[in-house]
Design a protein around this ligand. Structure first.
Ligand SMILES: CC(C)(COP(=O)(O)OP(=O)(O)OC[C@H]1O[C@@H](n2cnc3c(N)ncnc32)[C@H](O)[C@@H]1OP(=O)(O)O)[C@@H](O)C(=O)NCCC(=O)NCCS
Length: 188
């Protein structure tokens, strides 16, 4: 299924492409972002890290149908028309084990932008793509990511001892289901 362009109040969410590499690299090369992401993301971050990630990992996985990935593009402001972050769903199966990840440039934190992106992409993933549930995780100290989950219908499942990123600390495991999201949207 072709990844659609989605629109929220302040953002266009469009499928990621290799042309986005330079703009994403500018926002992504930041310890305050990378410290919360998988230990597979190198730090210090290499100059062409985003280009290499897109070319060798993300775009091949998207082509194989394993990942769906959007960039967040503001409709207004200094970065109007340019990507400032991304949100992706890794598809393991329709009913379990799929998961989601996201990051946003630091200049844009705390304005509710990722919450907008999560709502729009969850609508798509559950009601158009047909996913029934997926898991999400964050290191416990990642308050922003924790709070987004609380605001967007995720149910807390358990705390695991293993860290899930570069920094130490237990990992919160959550589940998001179509059933619960439909209730929150008033579409059940
Ligand atoms: C996590 C991240 C995507 C959040 O994006 P965002 O657009 O700032 O998120 P939102 O503004 O939609 O929501 C964040 C919420 O967390 C709250 N928050 C963020 N940091 C906080 C802190 N240190 N203490 C208390 N609340 C905090 C915000 O106030 C907001 O809640 P509110 O709407 O109730 O006020 C962004 O911080 C980021 O990219 N972080 C680095 C990468 C990352 O952590 N990715 C996820 C890995 S699991």
């Amino acid at each position: 299924m072709k990844t659609p362009i989605l629109e929220t109040e302040r953002l266009i969410l469009r499928p990621i492409s290799l042309d986005d590499a330079a703009a994403l690299q500018k926002h992504f090369n930041d310890w305050e972002i990378i410290k919360y992401l998988s230990g597979n993301v190198p730090w210090p971050y290499p100059d062409y890290g985003t280009n290499d990630f897109l070319e060798n990992i993300a775009l091949p996985n998207i082509k194989k149908g394993r990942d769906i990935m959007w960039v967040l593009v503001p409709k207004d402001g200094a970065d109007k028309g340019n990507p400032i972050g991304n949100i992706h769903y890794r598809l393991v199966s329709q009913v379990k084990d799929s998961d989601r990840g996201f990051w946003l440039g630091r200049a844009y934190h705390g304005q509710g932008l990722m919450t907008e992106a999560v709502c729009a992409t969850q609508d798509y993933m559950f009601f158009k793509y047909g996913l029934t549930s997926f898991r999400v995780r964050n290191v416990q100290s990642n308050i922003g990511s924790h709070r987004i989950k609380e605001k967007t219908g995720a149910s807390f499942i358990r705390l695991e001892d293993e860290p899930c990123g570069h920094i130490d600390g237990p990992t919160e495991i959550w589940e998001v289901t179509r059933e619960n999201w439909a209730k929150i949207r008033g579409w059940d």
